[in-house]
Design a binder for this molecule. Sequence first.
Ligand SMILES: [Zn+2]
Length: 362
Amino acid sequence: MLLVEFYSHSTFSINKFYINLENYLRIVIKIKEIKKININVIGMTYTKEPNFTPKDPKEFDFKEIIYEKKDWKATVTINRPEVYNAYSTLTLMEMIEAFHDAAWDNKVAVIILTGAGDKAFCTGGDVKEYRERFTIKPAEYWKWMSIFQEVHDVFRNIGKPTIARINGIVAGGGNEWQMECDLAIAAEHATIQQVGTRVGSVACGGATQWLPIIVGDRRAREILYLCEPISAKKAMEWGLVNEVVPYAEIDAAVDKMCQKLIDKFPECMRYTKQQVNFWKDFVWHQTIGHAKDWLSIHYASWEPLEGMSAFVEKRPPNYKGIRESPHPEFLWGPPSVTCPSCQAKCIPSDFEFCGKCGAKLK
Ligand SMILES: [Zn+2]
């Protein structure tokens, strides 16, 4: 948008307008005919006109989520059943758009988050994407975390109650999504688990932060350290979900809870959520920037490389290999050797030959 100033020679008046480029050019041509008005561009703003109108879900061209709105409810379904509804970068970007729309739409009173099919709710980040991208370019993880942080911020601040419809396995970052929902209803066959210490990462995108608030310190440590699946029944006993129902009844149970939420005052609901968000917001903002930096540096080390390679290669991680290594940070040893032949520096200490000139090092 352009900010333009009109000066009329006949009335000596000045007017200022915001106008898009197309209309500006049209007016300039007209003014050339009139010649009694001066028009000057005096500023420029954001190039796209803001659109504060909620859209019909069909207008979005989502590839990895399904977005539906009906009867005061918006449903966001992570639609990647072939990878147990793990989210990719694109999934998160699409979720941001859908959440913004649901926040703006006054016809939406409740947002339901779920996964496609009956196997998995969400199993966290796409480990294949992590292995391919971030163990090669760890600094890229820092940029990725900006998107991750944004989608969680938008969802936590959506201004309306949210329900996790837990239709199956919840793992890793999936548990962060279900915990970020205000309420959760799980199918009987669902399980919940964290995987960080098992796969070479740390679950500090919500899990280390929110589990102690939701289930208490001891249980949080058990879930985070041992990485064992918690049954739906146990999750219910521990207060990790609100309700457990047979899978066939999950939609009816979610709907019943939605109706109770819809029959409340929206402004009071929004502010109640804002208040109750306090501890979640507090611990999130105190730690997430640190987590973002630590994880992006951690991706340059051996633990995530081994953990994620093992996952992709479908084999158990070699924990003992790292524990017993004299240099657990470096796969082939620290970069401490200089080639006596070509003087190449920083060659890994375990190498027998120089990778540059081929000379024997030991
Ligand atoms: Zn050499």
